[in-house]
Write a protein that binds this ligand. Sequence first.
Ligand code: SAM
Length: 259
Amino acid sequence: MEKYNLSNEKGIRKQFFKKKLETIELYKQKTINDRKDIYGIWDSNLESFSSAFHCVLPERYEKDQFTGLKNYIENDLKETKGSNIGVEVGGIGNNLFRGFSKDFFKKTYGITLIEHRTEEEKRKDENLNSSLGMNHKVLEGNLLSKNIYNTLEKELNNKKVNFIIERMIGGHDTIPNDFDIISKPLKLWYRILEENGIILMEIPPISYGLIQNWVEMIEEIYKSKLEVKFYNNVIRLKKLKDAPKELPVLKSKHIKEIK
Ligand SMILES: C[S@@+](CC[C@H](N)C(=O)[O-])C[C@H]1O[C@@H](n2cnc3c(N)ncnc32)[C@H](O)[C@@H]1O
């Protein structure tokens, strides 16, 4: 069995996390003009997201590199068309949600560590979104902090989310390579996810073997309640009927037992 080096000792983990928080602060302090330069790619369109995630879509859609994602989401969530809520975590989400059919989502959000746009660009985006009939809001916050989810939950006003997507590419610089830390936001996303809802997540370069173990555990124990597909560095998770209330994850003590 593969051995996993998890750096589980508290001191090491604390130190590492502190360094990442410093990176986050540094990114936030950059001037507005620098903000675009930090990330070569930002506010990508739906086709770009599709080419990252088509490999984890159900068989029917996986070969369709550029339109597979749109077709899958719109077919799979068609029962809730018009009332769907979508969230992009780790991006402003404007171009992504503009790619879906008009009226498919009732409300969409982008959660980003930093606001990439000038006031003028924000105004232009808002005008374009409203001319397209979109109801989209950008929230600024750190995806590892509970505060941003409190803000989102207030916005949601007891409603749940149908679709959550995260594809940060270089944005993963701010995330510690630690399965326990990464599984925390994933657990929070799962908690606000509606039944039948879908999470698509790009995983930072942590031990992919560990993710494989988690996927195997889900497939073995929760086969009819959770649908999961993992390929390369992306996963798809779908919450089916009677899915567990909390997302089952591997506990550190189980991870140690895998060694
Ligand atoms: C390379 S851009 C990708 C943006 C978008 N997802 C796309 O595919 O075009 C990285 C994004 O990750 C976001 N990001 C990085 N660290 C983050 C964090 N800790 N919490 C929230 N967003 C974060 C940045 O604000 C930035 O929008």
